[in-house]
Design a protein around this ligand. Sequence first.
Ligand SMILES: Cc1cc2nc3c(=O)[nH]c(=O)nc-3n(C[C@H](O)[C@H](O)[C@H](O)COP(=O)(O)O)c2cc1C
Length: 308
Amino acid sequence: MTPDLTTKIKHLEFRNPVAVASGTFGTKDEYASYMDYEQLGAIITKTITVQPRQGNPMPRVCETVGGMLNAIGLQNKGLEDFLEDKIPYFEKIRTPLIVNIAGESLDDFRILAETLDGYKNVVKAIEINLSCPNVEVGGATFMRKKERILSVVKTVRQETDLITFAKLSPELGDLNEIAGLLIREGVDGLSLINTLKGMAVDIEKRCFRLANKTGGLSGPAIRPVALRYVYEIKKAYKIPVIASGGIMTASDALEYLLVGADLVAVGTANFIDPHATGNILCGILDYCRRYRIARLDDLRGTLIDIDQ
Ligand SMILES: Cc1cc2nc3c(=O)[nH]c(=O)nc-3n(C[C@H](O)[C@H](O)[C@H](O)COP(=O)(O)O)c2cc1C
């Protein structure tokens, strides 16, 4: 028996729930020799902005206990390059493409949403990055004002009917409350969670380990935090959720699926083992076979909850 891992979010069908998290799987074909992109449930692109961005000065990544810090600063080649170089590449791959976007102004978000709406043959959904810890304008600190987040979502919503996820981090404030507000503003789903702002010091050189001083913490260290949010928000709102935060193995992914995650996005694990997504997928299939679960939907959200 091959378990049916098909996952549906609104009208969109994914062949399985295993996605790659934004910014951790190259920008185009960098991982293609490790993983057949058509085996993935979804591809979430690195954040794109209207204008190209150089990102922050180096060093901008370092290892920490149970994870890593990054302060990439949304380096990307901008919207024009995305349309000319990335869209034609992804057009040939039969895996739903979720494009992650960020902006420094409402106008940026309007341009991105309106433009991507014209590429529905390739772009199947949008993930709005409202929570990057490593940029000034448009990043998590900037977005801490709820009105800003809400007006971004409203602007995107006005420009496109593409399925839209808002990507959040606890850096923004009370995520349970923010989730409720965003749902009222019309988001179709949430992406939980982006990195948590952190810092590391080199005691020999007596300096910050990142040139940006602070960076976003990712990896297994944040998994319990992310899992808690996915659980609480799924329970409160029943809205589609893309879960990310320290998914290194199939059992990590299964924890998220049991609390109700729709997709599981693998991030930091891709840097440690470029085959991570394939291994996670095989592990989920093995688990389903072991427990005779014919359809992933029969497993999703079935955590035995002592509250009920
Ligand atoms: C090096 C690096 C770059 C990232 N770049 C982005 C990005 O461009 N946009 C975004 O929304 N999230 C970005 N993230 C966050 C990841 O998509 C993911 O949400 C987060 O790292 C938690 O998952 P993980 O613990 O599996 O890495 C980045 C993470 C890392 C480690």
